[in-house]
Design a protein around this ligand. Sequence first.
Ligand SMILES: O=CCCCC(=O)O
Length: 453
Amino acid sequence: MYSVTDPARGVLVEEVANWTDVEVQAAIGRVAGAYQGWRARGVGERAAIVARAAELFAERVDDLAAIMTLEMGKRVNEGRGEIGIVVDIFRYYAEHGPALLADEPVEITGGRAVITKGPIGALLGIMPWNFPCYQVARFVAPNLVLGNTILLKHASICPRSARAIEEILHAAGVPDDVYVNTFASSRQIPAILADPRIAGVSLTGSEQAGMSVAAEAGKNLKKTVLELGGSDPLIILDTNDLDETVNATATARMRNCGQSCNAPKRMIVLADLYDEYVDRLTKRVTEYYVPGDPADPATTLPPLASNAAADEVAAQVAKAVEQGATLRAGGRRITPGAYLEATVLTAVTPGMDAYYEEIFGPVAIVFKAEDEDDAVRLANDTPFGLGASVWGTDPARNRRVADRIDAGMVYLNRAGGSQADLPFGGIKRSGLGRELGPAGIEEFMNKKSIRLG
Ligand SMILES: O=CCCCC(=O)O
């Protein structure tokens, strides 16, 4: 069942029945059937439709932000910001897509060749609830320009976002069968992936979901992009202004109520700053992040996406404390609604679950590093490898540390934050492949070698 439950109040607003197997099969038939016609249109025509979609997303910013606030508790201002990135992504691929898809001549031994950049077919997208519009945009915009068609399965708590996105794309001129939203259940995913009419799958979601989709896709030899979890390190080497660093790093951690795959979840602070950083972060988190209505632009701490999500994070915090971590701030569930106090933990050590797992909520863990080498060791001591950030006053030192971090993305003196033209993705258990930027249009591309002579 898909449903909308307002996480600020715990009130059920709408239920949407899952599609039957017959409906899902028909949807696969639609996107597969539309493929040849869509790829036959020129890239310029597809790019113009994607550019129009950007404008329609911009026009509906308030409506989309309100939907996300209701469905998953996103602060309304953050929702507007998310639509800003969505607009950028659609514009980026509309503008740069044609050049990114241009033939590439290659010099080869004994002759000449060209690599053409074409689509591969109908794709399945499985998208999560944490950024209901952005996550869809970064998969859909490049693939529409490339000429692939799309069957989209959104998170079960986001049926309204799912419908609104489909409406916008169709209104922009994407043919009805080129982009089809399905209210399929997770149980139906294996059959979709086994269907020869589906050429590949992109999933953003949990490690668990990634493993099952990758297994099914592997069995069926389907190309896969996986954007999974992260426990990103944020290393503080030194600072000229500790308050500014504390505020900026707290903002980065608490953005989207801590529910971002690439949020800095482990603050690693060099020993000489550690005590002062922990004190000031604790004060900031306690005083600034006050629970409130996510529809109110003044709110600093919205609910998590659901009661289940809030309970899970609260349980992770309680387990960490039971295993010996120190609770410096927060940790308590607040009801009614899916609220959890903004939380700071220290003394988290190897052997505790919280040392290795991802905590998807407003919880910062602070570690003390003896020196630069120790900071790098701690940063890399994780099964994940999504993003990381390095904060310090010496650019050469920041860069040296960045080069030693095992992650798909490293930011200097800033934390995370997607942008349309910068590739996004991870290594290790954070996933496979890249989205956004030039790399994002290449994942489901047939780079065909044509030998000319
Ligand atoms: O959950 C990952 C999405 C990241 C969005 C962003 O950083 O802008």
